[in-house]
Design a protein around this ligand. Structure first.
Ligand code: 4NP
Length: 156
């Protein structure tokens, strides 16, 4: 185990739905646990760079008490692989893209987010972008479960 302070990056495709929700859920759990950790999110794609989270994602986070309206999408960058100790992907394609872009000097551990959740190993946080509000509720439930496990793991 490294003594370095943890720094966690959540990555999805657009950085407007799943990874901002993961960032919000983890910030909430980390704050509640008094865990000091750097937290951010990014997308592998660049279509939404500079945009706030999808309105449906903002709603579901706000309903859980987290205002994510101030977040802005950004694209995953080479420096992220050294700046962060952990990079979590939302689905298998996402993880493959992240690994494929990793620079040779990458130090971050890369994994699927739901690998943190017992019984959900290998599962995806489904992309809710083209679906209804209900899918955003499922995404929030998934990222919240992972956030609780991650806080326990990093605090322990
Ligand atoms: P996210 O959702 O990866 O969870 O932010 C998506 C947002 C936008 C697109 C795809 C997924 N898009 O194709 O624009």
């Amino acid at each position: 185990m490294s003594a370095r302070r943890p720094a966690v990056l959540f990555v999805c495709l657009g950085n407007i739905c799943r990874s901002p929700l993961a960032e919000a859920a983890f910030r909430r759990e980390a704050d509640a646990a008094g865990l000091t950790v750097e937290i951010d999110s990014a997308g592998t794609g660049n279509w939404h760079v500079g945009n706030p989270p999808d309105a449906r994602a903002q709603e579901v986070a706000l309903a859980a008490g987290v205002d994510i309206s101030g977040l802005r999408a950004r694209q995953l960058a080479a420096a992220d692989y050294r700046r962060f100790t952990h990079i979590f992907a939302m689905d298998a394609q996402n993880l493959a893209d992240i690994r494929a872009r990793a620079p040779h000097d990458a130090t971050a551990e890369m994994a699927l987010l739901l690998d943190l959740v017992p019984g959900r190993e290998g599962a995806s946080v489904q992309d809710p972008y083209y679906d209804g509000e209900e899918q955003f509720e499922y995404a929030w439930a998934d990222v919240s479960a992972a956030a609780r496990e991650l806080v326990a793991k990093l605090a322990g």
